[in-house]
Write a protein that binds this ligand. Sequence first.
Ligand SMILES: [Mg+2]
Length: 205
Amino acid sequence: MHAVGFDLDLTLADTRAGIAAVYEALAARLGVPIDVETVVSRLGPPLEQELAHWLPPEDIPAAADLYRELYAGIAVPATTVMPGAHEAIDAVRGAGGGVIVVTGKNTRDAWRTVRALGLNVDEVAGSVFGAGKGTALASFGAAAYVGDHVADIAAARAGGSVSVTVATGPYTAGELREHGADVVLADLTEFGGWFRTWRADAAGV
Ligand SMILES: [Mg+2]
């Protein structure tokens, strides 16, 4: 049985429009200019890390609270599912494997996103990034971790999982390969084919 972990933003969920709208609202409320296009071009790292590009350190905690207050009402309804996401999850479940979402997004909003998109997952572990995702992957027993960010490769390594990447986020297939991903897919529509081959290889068929 092969349990698989998936990243959320730009792996399973296209959150760009939703996150852009939250940052627009945040910029208006705080009266601070934020280049939203730049923000959505580098999604993946924790919210506080992104806010640090635009705000002095002392203003970050309150801005992060406001962002999270706005997120459910603005971003979740504007989020769409990435091509192949449902089919990728079905491929794992069809083989009897569990599915966990491991994401930098806080767990509450991650669950809201998962439910809004109808993603059929067993568990969600939120507010983790890079190697910090490894603990969640290991305790779930995820044999592979699928993500779009180079930090997701480090996450897979830390969790003892195979690093599967999709070039649907900030990095090209070539860049993901250079950063040491075990598997590089153009997008999740290619996941099922890879997964079946991987399982067959592991079974020695
Ligand atoms: Mg991501």
